[in-house]
Design a protein around this ligand. Sequence first.
Ligand SMILES: *Cc1c(COP(=O)(O)O)cnc(C)c1O
Length: 395
Amino acid sequence: MTLSIETRLTTELEEIAAAGLTRRRRVLASPCGRIAAVDGREMLNFASNDYLGLAGNAEIAQAMADGALHWGAGSGASHLVSGHLAPHEQIEKDIAAFVGFPRALTFSTGYLANLAIVPTLAGRGAAVFADKLNHASLIDAVQLAKAQGADSQRYAHNDMAALERLLAASDAKTKVIVSDAVFSMDGDLAPLPQLLALAERFDAWLVIDDAHGFGVLGAQGRGSLSHFNLPAAKRILLMGTLGKAAGVGGAFVAGSEIAIEYLLQRARSYIFTTAAPAPIACALSKSLNIIEQGEALRANLFARIAQLRDGLAGLRWQLLPSPTAIQPLIVGDNEAALALARALWERGLWVPAIRPPTVPKGTARLRISVSAAHTAADISCLIDALRAEAATLAG
Ligand SMILES: *Cc1c(COP(=O)(O)O)cnc(C)c1O
């Protein structure tokens, strides 16, 4: 029997179902990789963020297993109490050196890292300036800053003139600009040189979320700042996630000695949570090595991206102009996007449809995620399937 306190929930669940927006999880019977075993079928996987194909990497798994045998499975406490083990300390140093900042802190997830940065920098009297297409975790981080009395403004996607106007009109003593480096549903880059120039001119912090650039872009996969040849300026806080290209899990925030020390002392989502298991840090050390020496992986990834873009040119659905592993194919209508994803699924291809409210109305899309693990034949298979579906619709 339904409890009376459950009535509102039941009603909302029925509304979600009526709108065709109920979400279901698919259970994988295989590790994350180019092939995913689902419901007894082998699907070609274009749905993960495993851009370098490292999630199922045997050396990384071995490092994690060795780490677990040596350090145990659990860290036992938060970092500031007694949960900061030697592998945690080492991976912070290695990541900081890799991205070229004086210091870094690690977190269990990117979501927690973003919740640490924004409200900790932007307290009462501060103003936050955020791109409209920022990731949900940054949006929530800005909400937390607002709950502490910060002001917040959103500017149109990548609109530097709009951001400049907002900064010029603000008399907040602390200003914080917040942007994804690679936008997660569009795959395009933020204009980081212009963002940094504005941050300098208006004496603002610049918070960059490089979830999709770390490991993929820049020299040796050092990320989006490296892609643009930007320095590790003191006013930048760089967040990177470690569960996407790095293939493991967790996240880091890198910045100046003072900014990172301040987060360590003040960020509630750093302080009041148990440190991630040390074997994760051990796995990340191996992953960082592979990323650093991963030129062949990145060359393959970018060759596959180019192959996909060439192969889909002139199709009835257009790819957004993305230079990254995220290749969104705009379908427009929600039902049409779902139908296309279903048709691909029937052909053994797993490509997720993304609909509003995750993306703006009328821009429902397939989010094709390319990986270094994909072969040229895999990409051809996807191109052929999309062309065949387009032909069916053309009658
Ligand atoms: C995935 C993602 C996050 C969250 O990282 P998790 O480690 O998955 O919590 C934050 N920002 C962006 C842009 C992301 O794509």
